[in-house]
Design a protein around this ligand. Structure first.
Ligand code: KIV
Ligand code: ZN
Length: 527
């Protein structure tokens, strides 16, 4: 049976040689990396941001991995209007059928099947011969083709696969109906020269039916993922797989913002472009950082805080005479304009405009909240910068959703001594609880006081504080993880006062626990 909407889409005829397709895998390869997991709500927000950014293909997850992954892919598939939605599957019937079902409502769907081809993987991981690997790939592609609009085939560990065997595998994959032939550098081992050599060889030797394209998927173990992707593009790849901020397995994947801006800034050299709206790069990067609570390194190319900061006097002098002396891209080209700084006199309209530029479209009720919090913050802080706004609008999950809210708190600590904390909390059901505790420092004391007040046992696993902008009045971001009855929870809080930020983070955890198990919590509170 053929998929009801089976057409060859944009791949009808020769692919546009001047255009590289951006295959985003932030929600799959990126999300599977430790520290970057996202819940369904976060994935949906990211998916909408990626759609606005203009990605061609969005890999939304690996449906066979878990019921949650399946549901997230299905939700993304249903919601996306423009991009092709892709789901990953091993070359196994169960995986392929799960991917097909999860993508059933997509306007444009792609199943991405992958199978190891390198000698090391064939022998030690699969225990299969070359011929068996080819047969498994063909059967998988044929099965996938019946359940979606288009199929991509990845030869896992392609960069350590014999070149002539890779040609054999790709010929078979294309004959079976795959329209994208992806050569991943799965372990981040290759170099730009080797990458160019492989893609040149593939171009010359693979029998490609009309419309079939090559793709590169590079990992950053040696810090070469972007350089290797650029080399593949120069040698004919017309799809690159990448992630926002370069997140991904181990050292990460190739960073989309770097590939896109390299192609654009060096357009006469590369002579190909993408469909990415570059002004959305910075907001999308910040949104991801906020959703995963993983900060973007200051010196990160394109989207880091220092990417457009000129500190040296000689550079500043040159810049004043001509921007081009030391600037190869303008911050506004990637949506990182810092010209608009908000403060206590800024109005709702200016705030809404800046939030929209940062990717936040808020309804009136949410805008009321954010505006009220913005005014409070602007009273405490001279300038409210983008990072503050992202924290406000992203609701760095303070305890705003309740049921517990902070009424009052007081903390004191002494050099060489213990710290004490008093908290006064109110529950949405009307209960009030005040507790004091002494601990080894204010965080420990805060944790004890909140535990006593709410009746929730918590064990601290990890605690980090960082400034989310510059200057003495910068807001502090507290990130805390704790276990409760064997489950780990993470909470975040933001405030100009780091003890208060910590209190928000603790309460965010307690509230999450209560929202998940209201009855258990009520019993605990009566004890
Ligand atoms: O790195 C890799 O090989 C992958 C494949 C699933 C494409 O992520
Ligand atoms: Zn990968």
């Amino acid at each position: 049976m053929s998929h009801p909407n089976h057409t060859t889409h944009e791949n009808d005829g020769e692919p546009d040689v001047g255009r590289v397709r951006i295959f985003d895998t932030t929600l799959r390869d990126g999300e599977q990396a430790p520290g970057f997991s996202m819940d369904r709500r976060a994935k949906m927000r990211m998916a909408h941001a990626l759609e606005e950014l203009g990605v061609d293909v969005m890999e939304a997850g690996f449906p066979a991995a878990s019921p949650d992954d399946f549901a997230a892919v299905a939700e993304v598939a249903k919601a996306m209007k423009a991009p092709t939605v892709c789901a990953l599957a091993r070359c196994q019937p169960g995986d392929i059928d799960a991917a097909g079902k999860a993508l059933a409502q997509a306007r444009r769907s792609r199943i991405h099947v992958f199978l190891s081809t390198s000698p090391l993987h064939r022998e030690h991981k699969l225990g299969k011969t070359k011929a068996e690997v080819v047969d498994i790939a063909i059967a998988a592609i044929k099965r996938a083709k019946d359940q979606c609009h288009e199929v991509e085939f990845s030869a896992e560990d392609a960069l350590r696969t014999e070149h002539d065997y890779l040609v054999e595998v790709f010929n078979a994959a294309a004959d079976a109906g795959a329209i994208v032939l992806n050569a991943p550098d799965t372990v981040g081992y290759t170099t730009p020269a080797e990458m160019a050599e492989l893609f040149t060889y593939l171009q010359a030797n693979v029998r490609r039916p009309k419309g079939v394209i090559f793709s590169a998927h590079c990992h950053d173990d040696l810090g070469l993922a972007v350089a290797n992707s650029m080399a593949a593009i120069s040698a004919g790849a017309r799809q690159v797989e990448c992630t926002i901020n370069g997140i991904g397995e181990r050292a990460g994947n190739a960073a989309m913002e770097e590939i896109v801006m390299a192609l654009r800034t060096r357009a006469p050299y590369f002579k190909v472009d993408t469909g990415i709206v570059s002004e959305r790069l910075y907001p999308t990067s910040r949104l991801l950082a906020n959703l995963t609570q993983q900060p973007v390194p200051r010196n990160k190319a394109i989207v880091g805080d220092n990417a457009f900061a000129h500190e040296s006097g000689i550079h500043q002098h040159g810049m004043l005479k001509h921007r081009g002396t030391y600037e190869i891209m303008r911050p506004e080209d990637v949506g990182a304009s810092t010209s608009l700084v908000l403060g206590k006199h800024s109005g709702r309209h200016a705030l809404r405009q800046r939030l929209a530029a940062l990717g936040f479209e808020l309804d009136e009720a949410a805008m009321d909240d954010v505006f009220a919090n913005f005014k409070k913050l602007a009273d405490r802080k001279r300038e409210v910068v983008d990072a503050d706004l992202v924290a406000l609008a992203g609701g760095a999950d303070p305890e705003t959703q309740g049921p517990w809210r902070i009424q009052n708190m007081h903390a004191s600590s002494h050099v060489g001594g213990s710290a004490s904390v008093t908290v006064q909390l109110r529950h949405d059901d009307g209960r009030e609880a005040s507790e004091a505790a002494i601990g080894d420092g204010p965080v420990d004391a805060m944790l004890r006081a909140v535990q006593r007040a709410t009746g929730q046992p918590l064990e601290l696993v990890d605690f980090q504080v960082r400034a989310i902008s510059q200057g003495g009045d910068a807001q502090g971001h507290a990130s805390l993880s704790a276990t409760h009855l064997g489950h780990e929870y993470r909470g975040n809080g933001v405030s100009t006062d780091i003890v208060e930020a910590t209190a928000h983070a603790v309460l965010a955890i307690v509230n999450r626990i209560e929202r998940q198990a209201p009855q258990t919590a009520a019993v605990a509170a009566q004890r």
